[in-house]
Design a protein around this ligand. Structure first.
Ligand SMILES: *Cc1c(COP(=O)(O)O)cnc(C)c1O
Length: 957
């Protein structure tokens, strides 16, 4: 036979087990085929009969050709649109060594601090940078986008308001329209009134709890709000400010004039626009709000050896603990992008940032002077980077002329806006002048740019000129040569365990392969350099990509349409519930406010439900971990008049395909509710069944779990929602770019398609896997999980299984009995680090357990290594149980062991150094050293330090 038609399959690269390994694993499980295992696992009733209708799988080479053709349809014009998005220069050293580096983008959220000190430091740098530039004491390590950050700010200030009768959020008319849109969505369920009115003291009426200022304003003007803020504070009204970090290099920071909360987007710090994202929003506030601040905060503490160590602080505030009492549902944020922005600040330092900001400002002033010299009126007196010119009825001609030069300006009625950024050159200003000159029948020669450049006016009022220093910490003043920067990045990367080292078996988080080919197009300019509000005829590549992905995901989920706005799973939940709300209202059902949620649900479910204004009623689980159908039925009937929805994860977070799921959906529908499926576990459904097939009405997909977007150390993510036909009219619209009908809810994200640029990753995955590949991935995910279960259940009790004793794609290892001898699940998690592994999910959904999810991407060899580690650890626990090892002074309690500890001159432990660091053979070939010993959680929370402490602090310690 000829090999001319042989084609390598991507599927064989994505799926870990080889066919020989599959056979071995099936034998170990006592089944004769993969299909037999699947039949034992997935209830027949929900098995889809037809294979997925998807295009034939492409090879990696063929996909790159296809996506290059799609990219060609995107036109990269120079953007002067502004509106919160600016073109940037991403330093090569950051692009190659962070953005394009799996050592950074495949990391998990840093819950296991000892093997995450690198990204924790980078995120602490981000917080320090935000804190310095905004002039506020405390900042978090990123939110999803500027608009949702504004909504979080509003909600935090609403919850903390002194005057409980006040319900008005006074919003400047000069706010970005997309921010206003998202504020409106978030305000509705709480009866918060968004009142758009001038930032003037007479508008601070008694019903106002906080005011929202944009600085510089959406039109580019800057003003002094010091008196206004002082007056508001006198009336116990708080102030939330949206700002631009680059502008703050030159302007008095809002913290210095009294702002309570300062939010914005850090995109300008070296993160491409990406047609809307991903980029990291920031949130800074006063110390007094530290326990209310949404999102993750990185804090300084010490490790078991008393050394400097970092961790995520105040985790007790997070939604996974506070559930429906949580003040925010934010889970996945924008860690990777915050890390990039922080490196941008490290690389440029305060002088570099100041120089970039000043150049932007001066080029803006030059454009202002030149265009005014041509006879145009410019509206902004005081500004940083944005100008507004009257174009009168010439606006159309001017627009046409700008497009001829491939320039995009901002247009509103007869006004043309120009925002200058870091990429703008002197030549660009010449071109702009040429465009404006032509309309007046003049030429660029009519103005002498060089002469104008020599005598630029001051346009920042003295009281708004920044006088305070920023980025003074040595970290921002040490790594300005590329060699130093490269080594700094690498030194941090080396502290972190990622998928580059070993499997990350995080239950519910699906840490599968993020293939290189999927990642390659993300950094192409034709995806990276598009403004989200660019004219539609420049974005047809993106539209094709999004439409194809929409069709494929509809086929996979069994739904009618997707919305790509939500930037995370939790945001998808919120969006989906708001869609359900609109649906009920459209039918005159205004009182449906009860949301049933099983006890096993992820904490974001109740948090999202309460954000959507719903009351959570918890449904019990039975002793086998399944939803107690009788309890569900009773509660559905009891609340039938007010039943809004059920939120259900499938297969359940207990790792089981619950058989009565169809009946469960029916019960909800019979009682007037809608079924919201949490799609975090879609990796066990794709190709075998689907939320639509099962009977759900809405579902979010975590594209950063099932569909290969990397976790990036805690974001980016994408949480698009799919809906059944009756809900399509209510999908989110967008104020700037119309994407839904009249009945659509207002926006849930700043950008019309969320973090659009990373959609290419999921697009690539589906295109290269095809129907068979995707379905096989699901089967292998189930095979791998059951193989681990078979290997480990002799050593650790496995909680919950289906009726045939099979788990779905993940399983829960019960570690609670070890408590009797003082061994906590955390000790196992930390000890796994000594064995070179990241712990599975700890204590979710059951306290004291580990939830293991191997994914399809791991080979049998890697699964065996992981099992070997856990079995060895079990023997270490047995030594404690049998009294051979002390309950407190043992290898588990002292884990993890750093190289410094193990090689130190003092060694007084009751076990050997070899046992500490090289307990199993495979480590001789490949050892990962945790960079710090066990971190002290409570100390870090007692004295919260969330920006880089001065060097002297370590010297003293
Ligand atoms: C990950 C996860 C979520 C939240 O998704 P994010 O993208 O982190 O917001 C919700 N539910 C379950 C079951 C999850 O595993």
């Amino acid at each position: 036979m000829s090999n001319v038609f042989y084609q390598e399959k991507f599927e064989d690269r994505h799926n870990g087990p080889s066919s020989a390994q599959v056979e071995e694993m099936l034998t170990a499980l006592g089944v004769s085929s993969l299909e037999e295992l699947i039949q034992q696992t997935v209830p027949t009733q929900i098995r889809k009969k037809e294979p997925l209708k998807l295009p034939k799988a492409l090879s990696e080479v063929a996909y790159l050709e296809k996506i290059a053709q799609i990219a060609e349809k995107n036109k990269v014009f120079k953007s002067f649109i502004g509106q919160g998005y600016h073109d940037v220069v991403l330093p090569g050293v950051i692009q190659r060594n962070v953005f394009e580096n799996p050592g950074w983008y495949t990391q998990y959220t840093p819950y296991q601090a000892e093997i995450a000190q690198g990204r924790l430091q980078a995120l602490l740098n981000f917080q320090t940078m935000v804190s310095d530039l905004t002039g506020l004491e405390i900042a978090n390590a990123s939110l999803l986008d500027e608009a949702t950050a504004a909504a979080e700010g509003m909600f935090m200030l609403y919850s903390a308001r002194k005057n409980k009768d006040a319900h008005v959020f006074l919003v400047t008319p000069h706010i970005f329209p997309q921010t206003l849109d998202v504020l409106q969505t978030r305000a509705v369920p709480f009866g918060v009134e968004i009142r758009v009115a001038d930032i003037a003291v007479e508008n601070l009426t008694d019903d106002v709890f906080a005011a929202f200022i944009q600085y510089p304003a959406a039109d580019g003007t800057i003003a002094d709000y010091k008196e206004f803020t002082a007056y508001a504070h006198d009336k116990e009204i708080t102030i939330c400010v949206a700002t631009d970090l680059m502008a703050l290099a030159l302007l008095t920071p809002p913290g210095e004039w009294g702002a309570d909360v300062v939010i914005g987007n850090s995109q300008r710090f070296g993160v491409p626009m990406g047609f809307g994202g991903p980029h990291a929003a920031f949130f800074a506030t006063k110390d007094s709000f530290k326990r209310n601040i949404p999102g993750r905060i990185i804090g300084v503490t010490t490790d078991a050896n008393g050394e400097y160590a970092l961790r995520m602080a105040l985790q007790t505030r997070e939604q996974h603990i506070r559930r429906d009492k949580a003040s925010s549902n934010i889970c996945t944020a924008q860690a990777l992008l915050a890390i990039m922005a922080s490196f941008y600040a490290v690389y440029h330092g305060p002088k570099g940032i100041q120089a970039i900001a000043s150049r932007i400002h001066d080029l803006t002033k030059l454009a202002d002077a030149a265009i005014q010299a041509l006879g145009y009126t410019q509206h902004n007196k005081a500004y940083f980077d944005t100008l507004r010119f009257d174009a009168g009825d010439q606006i159309g001609t001017l627009k046409g002329e700008a497009l001829n030069h491939e320039f995009n300006f901002f247009y509103l009625d007869q006004i043309v806006g120009i925002s200058i950024d870091e990429t703008t050159t002197f030549q660009d200003i010449q071109t702009i002048v040429k465009v404006f000159a032509k309309i007046k029948g003049k030429t660029a020669h009519d103005v002498d740019l060089n002469a104008l450049a020599a005598k630029l006016q001051v346009v920042i009022p003295e009281e708004l000129e920044r006088s305070s220093a920023y980025l003074t910490h040595p970290i921002f003043n040490s790594y300005h040569s590329e060699s130093e920067m490269l080594r700094y990045i690498k030194s941090l990367e080396a502290k972190d365990l990622s998928l580059c080292h070993s499997m990350i078996p995080l239950g519910s988080c699906t840490m599968k392969l993020n293939a290189t080919t999927e990642m390659v197009p993300v950094t192409w300019a034709r995806f990276g350099c598009l403004h989200p509000f660019a004219p539609v005829d420049q974005t047809s590549g993106y539209m094709q990509l999004i439409n194809e992905l929409n069709d494929w995901l509809c086929e996979i989920t069994g739904f009618a349409k997707m919305s790509f706005q939500p930037n995370s799973g939790a945001q998808g939940e919120y969006a989906g519930l708001m869609v359900i709300r609109a649906y009920h209202h459209s039918r005159g059902d205004f009182d449906r406010n009860i949301c049933l949620i099983p006890a096993s649900a992820h904490g974001t479910n109740p948090a999202s439900a309460s954000m959507a204004g719903l009351k959570v009623v918890v449904v019990k689980c039975d002793e086998r971990g399944n939803i107690d159908v009788e309890d569900l039925k009773a509660k559905a009937i009891e609340h039938a008049a007010n039943l809004n929805s059920l939120m259900v994860t499938y297969p359940s977070t207990h790792g089981v395909f619950e058989e009565p799921i169809v009946e469960i959906c029916q019960i909800i529908h019979d009682n007037g509710g809608q079924v919201y499926m949490d799609g975090a576990n879609m990796n066990a459904q794709v190709g075998l069944t689907s939320p639509g097939y099962i009977g759900a009405d809405v579902c979010h997909l975590n594209l950063h779990k099932t569909f290969c977007i990397p976790h990036g150390g805690g974001g980016p993510g994408m949480g698009p929602i799919g809906v059944a036909a009756h809900l399509v009219p209510f999908l989110p619209n967008h104020e700037v770019v119309e994407i839904s009908g009249e009945e659509g809810i207002s926006a849930v994200s700043a950008a019309p398609f969320g973090s659009a640029s990373i959609l290419v990753i999921s697009h690539a995955y589906i295109a290269m896997m095809g129907s068979e590949g995707l379905t096989n991935a699901t089967k292998y995910a189930i095979l791998n999980a059951n193989y681990i279960k078979a290997n480990l259940e002799k050593h650790y009790p496995v909680l919950y299984a289906g009726s045939n004793g099979r788990c779905a794609h993940e399983m829960i290892l019960d570690c609670r009995s070890f408590k009797q001898v003082g061994i906590e699940v955390a000790d196992i998690a930390k000890r796994l680090m000594d064995y070179g592994f990241h712990a599975p999910t700890v204590s979710f959904p059951v306290a004291g357990t580990l939830m293991v999810e191997p994914t399809e991407s791991e080979s049998k060899a890697e699964l065996d290594r992981f099992c070997e580690a856990l079995i060895a650890i079990r023997a270490e626990i047995a030594a404690v149980e049998q009294g051979q090892a002390d309950q407190k002074d043992n290898v588990l309690k002292h884990a993890p062991h750093t190289a410094r500890t193990v090689t130190g001159d003092d060694w007084d432990r009751p076990y050997s150094r070899q046992t500490a660091a090289y307990p199993v053979e495979y480590l001789r070939m490949n050892k990962f050293w945790p960079s710090v010993g066990r971190v002290n959680d409570s100390q870090g929370d007692r004295t919260l330090i969330c920006s880089c402490p001065p060097i002297e602090a370590y010297a003293e310690a």
